[in-house]
Design a binder for this molecule. Structure first.
Ligand code: IMP
Ligand code: MG
Length: 337
């Protein structure tokens, strides 16, 4: 049973929260992270906070085996730091063929005027990816520091899938930052659609049982590029929607929830479920609520109108930072866990 978690807007929808919640609730033997260290996934649980850039967010449950995908790009220092912060030495494995970002990639990006115009996070991801395409990037097996973590993640994941075990595939960014499906050239250096994510792992479309597309209850974007209905700074402050990027600390641009973008994201990703996060930012009384019946009526109406328009069940509704602040409607809506 494979569940893909991917972003439906411009990243920062709360994929970390959703993947972390899925891991915590159980039913999954493994989680595999795709993408790279330009992404920041925040996980809050039991009074602690982790800002992860490469370790899978589902690490919170001890029994979950963790993988870094073959198509991903790691940075050795960031990876090793996160492994010690999350204390997952004995259950994380990095695919031998994962790419490695080196300092010179970061330096090259900082000098790149095109990337400046795009508002890149300058983590060296695009520069390393370009080298991979040109077949001169060094891979994980060439780094002694990574030796003890190496494996064939694809083979291990396929074995788990064959045995009927649950696997979470964690995507990064959001559909409109996809190299192919996003607002080019204001995009990241990979395809972050569900299909792109699966290709990084080595899973085929028929291995997948569920695709959960995550939307925040409003749209944010860091960096440049179009953002329909963008709100002014004062308006953002008045509404209490001020956010900063996890990796760069930059202020995020904000716009209201966009039904058209959401519809396209649901179609391209072949969503079977939708998760809506930060509903408490729009409806304060929703904060920390864990049952549908206890949501304020306006929040219920907002969610129902999105569900009706998208034609896909909204199964997870996040009402706060902590992983436990979640309304889980999967059983109610007939989804087996
Ligand atoms: P790059 O992939 O770091 O070069 O950034 C390209 C564009 O994608 C910039 O606008 C970044 O702000 C944006 N971006 C990259 N990663 C993330 C992310 O994880 N969340 C939100 N935006 C991102
Ligand atoms: Mg983020």
């Amino acid at each position: 049973m494979v569940t893909v978690v991917c972003g439906g807007f411009f990243g920062d929808e709360g994929k970390g929260k959703v993947a972390g919640y899925l891991g915590l609730r159980g039913g999954y033997a493994a989680a595999i992270r795709t993408g790279s260290v330009n992404a920041g996934h925040t996980v809050v649980y039991g009074g602690r906070i982790w800002r992860l850039r490469i370790v899978p967010s589902a690490f919170v449950r001890r029994g979950v085996r963790l993988y870094i995908a073959r198509g991903s790009l790691v940075k050795v220092d960031i990876l090793l730091n996160e492994i010690s912060e999350t204390v997952v030495f004995d259950r994380i494995c990095v695919d031998r063929y994962a790419g490695v970002i080196e300092e010179r990639h970061v330096e090259a990006e900082k000098r790149d005027s095109v990337l400046k115009g795009i508002g890149s996070t300058f983590q060296g991801v695009g520069a390393a990816m370009a080298e991979r395409v040109l077949r001169r990037l060094r891979l994980a097996w060439e780094f002694r520091e990574l030796e003890r973590f190496l494996c064939d993640s694809t083979w291990e994941i396929l074995d788990m899938v064959d045995k009927g075990l649950g696997v979470i595939v964690e995507g990064t960014q959001g559909l409109y930052l996809s190299l192919y499906h996003g607002t080019y050239p204001y995009v990241t250096s990979r395809d972050v659609s569900a299909s792109g994510i699966l290709s990084e792992v080595g899973l085929g479309p028929k291995h997948v049982s569920d695709v959960i597309v995550v939307f925040k209850s409003y749209v944010t974007r860091v960096g440049e590029g179009p953002l329909e209905g963008e709100l002014g700074r004062e308006e953002i402050e008045r509404l209490g929607l001020v956010e900063r990027g996890t990796v760069t600390g930059r202020l995020r641009r904000v716009a209201p929830f966009n039904m058209e973008l959401a519809k396209r994201a649901v179609r391209i990703n072949s969503a079977t479920q939708v998760a809506i996060t930060k509903i408490d930012a729009l409806f304060r009384e929703a904060r920390g609520v864990r049952e549908w019946d206890k949501l304020p009526i306006n929040a219920k109406r907002f969610i129902e109108s999105i569900e009706e328009y998208l034609g896909v069940p909204i199964t997870l509704i996040s009402t706060g930072e902590d992983l436990e602040d979640m309304i889980d409607l999967r059983r109610d809506k007939g989804i087996s866990i």
